[in-house]
Design a protein around this ligand. Structure first.
Ligand code: ASP
Length: 309
């Protein structure tokens, strides 16, 4: 097989992200974080690493950074608990792993990968997922690992604004994700999240659902989504982007555009996706005000961006 050009994209969540909500100082901090994490992935891909290794490394780095709603910086449920979701998928053989509602795992994305590699299942949830993690040598962390004053404050605001509903349109969603193509042409996608602030305990978003928030198939594309998970589940966003390419012969850019700007708005689905295809640079697209995002391709200038312009 001839060597392909590698490509990588990452996101740190979409939502009401505009210049009047983020100070220039905060913007600098976010940009630096995105650039640092992008570099982790590009260095790996440049050295010939597998797409799966690259997306896991990128998402792990984002899970470590309390700026983002995943791992360390996860948001709280309405019970003020942490329920994290993650998924990872490899496009060469359609192998996938995902975890739902884990509260003691620092890197849910690595647990998802462990499920991909060491289990006959695709998704493990809750206690069963954590038992699987223990059996495979994962360290458990206590709730204090995730607890930050910022997320408590957000929970208080969410409770004041919308006691039980999931209408968090005034709040940034969050979630982190990465998609990559390696030099062998393998695609991979990874997504990790704390979910939505003030979510009902037990609620599952799109992130860990293969075909909704995360999908990868070498024949078409790799996709990682962020936004209002319920809408992304109902629209099967990630697989549907791939299906438009597979059955309709659409370009990746057109398939993404249809989903983000035509279909999702029909059900008021706010958010965005990052996607990479068999060739070319990744597509980053969102119908919210902004999306923390970055992309790079072999031989092209990296892009770091936050706002809609
Ligand atoms: N999609 C995630 C969820 O619904 C949230 C996000 O993207 O911020 O759980």
């Amino acid at each position: 097989m001839s060597e392909q050009k590698w490509a990588l994209a990452l996101h740190g969540g979409a939502g009401q992200i505009s210049r009047d909500r983020i100070t220039p100082e905060k913007e600098t901090v976010f940009r630096a974080a995105l650039a640092r994490v992008l570099e982790i992935g590009t260095t790996l891909l440049d050295q010939g690493a597998d797409a799966l290794d690259a997306v896991e490394a990128v998402v792990k780095a984002l899970e470590l950074d309390p700026l983002f709603n995943a791992g360390r910086g996860s948001v709280l449920t309405s019970d003020a608990t942490f329920e994290l979701d993650a998924a990872i998928m490899r496009g060469s053989d359609l192998q996938a792993g995902a975890v739902i509602n884990v509260g003691h795992i620092a890197h849910p994305i690595s647990l998802a990968r462990c499920i991909l590699e060491n289990s006959d299942h695709v998704i493990l949830a809750g206690d069963g997922a954590e038992r699987f993690a223990l059996q495979h040598g994962f360290q458990m962390v206590g709730p204090s690992y995730f607890d930050t004053p910022h997320r408590r404050e957000q929970l208080m605001q969410a409770k004041e604004a919308a006691t039980v509903s999931l209408d968090h349109s005034d709040f940034k969603y969050g979630t982190v994700g990465a998609v990559a193509r390696d030099v062998r042409g393998t695609l991979a996608a990874a997504t990790s999240t704390g979910g939505m602030t003030n979510k009902h305990p037990g609620r599952v978003g799109d992130t860990p659902l293969i075909g909704s928030g995360t999908y990868a198939d070498n024949a078409t594309c790799a996709v990682s989504a962020t936004g209002h998970g319920e809408a992304f589940i109902r629209m099967c966003v990630a697989r549907d982007i791939a299906a438009q390419i597979e059955y309709g012969n659409l370009s990746l850019a057109d398939a993404v555009h249809n989903k983000v700007f035509v279909d999702l708005p029909k059900i008021k689905g706010s958010g965005g996706v990052i996607a990479v295809g068999r060739t070319g640079l990744p597509i980053l697209s969102f119908n919210s005000n902004g999306m923390f995002r970055a992309k790079a391709g072999q031989g092209s200038q990296p892009l770091i961006a936050i706002f809609g312009d």
